[in-house]
Design a protein around this ligand. Structure first.
Ligand code: ZN
Length: 269
């Protein structure tokens, strides 16, 4: 055998050993759990809006996801070892009170569309997957949005958590910080009243619009905040005052995986 051929064979063997080793290590440690600061974990929060029955109802990629695509994305990620956790798990992890899986991820829905109740909720219930819906108080029961009765039913199941996405989905970056806080607190109070129990102070900015001043003020007043910036959280600088969230859009599982890697490499939180 020529020397060059031998070298090529050795290189291929080394690469294959490396890949097999990496995959084997990944599978063997898939159920490992870690506390905060034990290991730098990537924690994607996937943000959806509405779930629709089929492709023909998709107007904007980031707004509507066909039921089948949504289910394929979630089951696909779970087959690869990704485990859905709730915001409460994430907060407890940040506070050092809980360990989370090596490949934890969160599923969030903005705006409180009817598709959450019609399609995401039955799927989540069947597979015991925690999901979170950020609702707009003013929209509850309007055409295309779920009702307070739906909200209560989902909440009672324990599978769906319902948090605030503001009272009326305004451009809150034009508000004073005091007015924004009042809007958020009123929204949370009303949700608590409708559901009949306290909820955590977790808020998502409408259209991802906010000012740094507002962010700081809300955080000082105990509000955990979600951004819509298409980035991935890294546990080493996990920031409850501005959690990153990424769009799965209507992408394949492979593309979502690449985005999880790429986004957290490109944007180290
Ligand atoms: Zn929104």
């Amino acid at each position: 055998m020529k020397k060059v051929t031998k070298i090529i064979i050795i290189i291929i063997a080394v690469i294959l050993t490396f890949i097999i080793g990496f995959v084997a290590y990944d599978r063997l440690t898939i159920d490992n759990k870690y506390g905060i600061n034990e290991k730098n974990l990537k924690i994607p929060i996937l943000v959806y809006h509405d779930i629709v029955e089929n492709e023909s109802e998709v107007e904007y990629d980031y707004m509507q996801t066909p039921k089948e695509t949504f289910e394929k994305q979630i089951t696909g990620l779970m087959k690869l070892g990704y485990k859905p956790i709730s915001y409460e798990d994430l907060i407890a992890y940040k506070n050092g009170e809980k360990e989370i899986y090596k490949k934890s991820f969160l599923i969030a829905f903005d705006d409180g569309f009817d598709g959450v109740y019609q399609y995401a909720y039955p799927f989540a219930k069947e597979h015991n997957i925690p999901i979170t819906s950020f609702m707009i108080n003013y929209c509850a029961g309007l055409d295309g949005y779920y009702t307070w009765d739906n909200a209560r039913e989902m909440d009672k199941s324990g599978i769906v958590k319902i948090y605030s996405h503001s009272l009326k989905h305004d451009n809150y970056d034009t508000y004073s910080k005091e007015d924004l806080l009042e809007d958020v607190n009123t929204s949370i109070d009303q949700i608590e009243k409708e559901l009949g129990h306290d909820i955590p102070n977790i808020f998502t900015y409408p259209c991802g619009k906010f000012t740094e001043e507002e962010q700081e003020y809300l955080w000082k007043n105990g509000i955990i905040q979600n951004l819509t910036d298409n980035k991935v959280n890294q546990s080493k600088n996990l920031d409850l005052a501005g959690l990153h969230r990424m769009y799965p859009l209507n992408d394949s599982v492979l593309k979502i995986l690449l985005k999880i890697e790429y986004r957290s490499i490109k944007y180290p939180a």
